[in-house]
Design a protein around this ligand. Sequence first.
Ligand code: TRP
Length: 449
Amino acid sequence: MSELKKRDSFGSKIGIIAAAAGSAIGLGNIYRFPCEAGSNGGGAFIMIYLLIVLCLGLPVVIAEFVIGRRAQSNEVGSFRILSKGSRLWPCVGYVGVLCALLILAFYSTVSGWTIEYIVRAVQNDFSGKDLQALETDFSSFINAPVRPIIWQALFIAVTALIIFKGVKDGIEKYVKILMPLLLVLLIALCVKSLTLDGAKQGLSFLFKADFSKIDNDVILNALGQAFFSLSLGMGCMITYGSYISKSDRMSSTALSVVLCDTSIAIMAGIVIFPAAFTFGVSPEAGMGLVFNTLPMIFNQMYGGYFFCLMFFILLSIAALTSTVSLLEVMVAFATEELHISRNKATVCSSIIAFAIGVLATLSLRAGTSLSVGGMSFFDMLDWFTANILLPVGGFFIVIFVGWFLGKKVFVEEITNNHTIASKGKLLIFFLIRYVAPVAVAVIFISRLV
Ligand code: TRP
């Protein structure tokens, strides 16, 4: 029962929401979501995305919370404890830890870029530049290998520092203040973007669904984006769930997290696409979409210097609360399962993630040989974790809660042992038991066929 001793936990309800939302909200919302929406046809992608978030995302968040809080352990430990000695279920946890490592590796590449952009914002480097100049700057930055790698190392080091401090003093303290600040800034940017000439075009790209654009790839990408954005399918929410207090209303916590995450993604879309159409950036521009389009908005804004600096600082912090959650999965696993000290676990995990991360960063240089099947190593990690590992992990997580733990345990957890009412519990259980696994399986099989 050593797992039950000395576990840190979140200090308050708002702290849990902030930390879980902090994990969920990050580059996935502001950087990856617009990229995916842009290259998968806009409106139709977003409709499917929203449907998946509601019918699959929310139930999976709740399922992960249930597992973590019930077991009070890291993700491998949670499966081990709850499956009562099964050898197979903990494997879902092991794959999750591996997935955390792979995501941290490429995620830290882009996180590092946010530091570069903070530095440039301080130097007022964007001011007066046109789109072409910004694009050239961006590509010469990612092609010169040293700076991106230094920023990446710095980013991982800061993540490790926060992890050293533990859950309550480290994670909770920072996210509680910074996440609301990001929201306010995004609202200001939305207002600005909606006054640009391309606003109408941008909004219709975002919200007019052209169903002819939907194919199996688009659906799989929407599924992957939903899991990635909500930090699902690899035990992040299991690990955070294990720090949730026994008196918390988990379903409303989960709902808040999903709502925050989804609205931030949609807001990012509302900021980016009107601007992209105004300045002539293609919606399919991918990486450049955020890093080149946004400075163009700031250039035209009253107080642009200030907004630009604030934006990249907050983006960096949003990324930080996500990398913290990824590293926490690895560290909780290493300390509790491998019995390594927390500090040692943090250092080792960070070094391994950095080593793989450097390869991801280098693979984005023009003409490198770091590619797999025509995709850069970076894109490969991104695609494979988001579209394959996370949904497969999510599939086993809902099967575990829906079929292995069963309704009795689920209802006990959701109602805090029958002490609070929970209206939607049976509907959610139905989604977990039937809808989610079938939907993931169908999306996968139809993509394969
Ligand atoms: N959800 C985060 C984002 O949108 C990234 C992230 C953090 C993540 N932890 C995760 C993705 C766990 C998948 C799994 O930026």
